[in-house]
Design a protein around this ligand. Sequence first.
Ligand SMILES: Nc1nc2c(ncn2[C@@H]2O[C@H](COP(=O)(O)OP(=O)(O)OP(=O)(O)O)[C@@H](O)[C@H]2O)c(=O)[nH]1
Length: 345
Amino acid sequence: MSEVVDHLAEMTGFRDRDVMDVTLVSALRDLLEPLSVAIFRCVGEAGEQRWLTRAHLSADDAVATADPLWSDPELLPLVQDYPQRLDCMHSRAVVQGDIGEHCLSLFPIATDRDVVGVLEVISTERMTSKAQRLVSSVLRIYHNFQGLLDYSERDTLTGLLNRKTFEDSFLKAVSELPARAVMADTDDGRRHEGRSPRYFLGVIDIDHFKLVNDRFGHLIGDEVLLLLSRLMRSSFRFHDLLYRFGGEEFVVLMRCEDEADAALAFERLRLNTEHYAFPQIGRITVSIGFTQVRIEDSPASAFERADKAVYHAKDSGRNQVHSHAELVSAGKMSEQAQLSAMELF
Ligand SMILES: Nc1nc2c(ncn2[C@@H]2O[C@H](COP(=O)(O)OP(=O)(O)OP(=O)(O)O)[C@@H](O)[C@H]2O)c(=O)[nH]1
């Protein structure tokens, strides 16, 4: 009993989802001594959904493994390749099965909104009902704690991340940037910039939102914010970080290959918004500005560049996407001096 309590104390002692998932699988490995225990999350768009491994621990592993947060979705297994996991998610119930001569037990992992993944335990013998109850109880505590994290990290209206969490993720992204571009040789002997992570920060602002509130009222205005957040979820990749900064201003922190890829993603959101029929209101558009995150950036300096590009979009007729770098190279905008974090955040 005290062993269980110790594990629960450890699991809830962190305010970091990655660490919580690792401590959950470690706790269950110690308590149940299975062959392996893992958490899989279902990610991506309907029809293209995949399994992301959040934490996996085998009997002999010293440390848990996980897919990187920025995994390329196409390299992850398709959900239909693991039908028992899908059964567990759809039925929202424990599923028992076999894998070769081993026994499989799957438990649904839910948030307040949805079932988002499964906990998988592989063992030599079928799990007893006592062990099942133990796992279900630990998962309930895990679920409640995730709910508390959501409450402090997410915007209550849209469920997107809130502004408070932006700085941490931004600094984490900057810390992954190489000090200078990595150069690699190509087959034809030329030198080119090697594959290193690049992050882009986009600011999205609804056009004439004040008019929506004035004509239709704040409740309808709020519904527009909620629907736009859904369009954002379906327009970007599962691992892009989506924020509501308050009011009708949204921010995206995305990792992708180059500026052209980032521009395509933002353009996709602009088009999806333009073509969406918002109930009662009809058409709404957004203005978007974005910039590549630099190693010397503070959250405020990168935000300011993207925001200036939004202003340019607004001044040029709205319903447009602009890259700050392109505006500078076209002579339409000057590089700004770096701001201190105090000035904007
Ligand atoms: N419904 C709703 N409205 C909000 C919320 N937060 C801010 N607003 C409204 O958003 C509007 C923002 O208006 P402005 O900043 O003038 O911009 P705009 O009308 O979108 O015009 P442009 O940005 O220039 O295209 C104001 O009317 C705010 O009251 C919210 O949480 N819910």
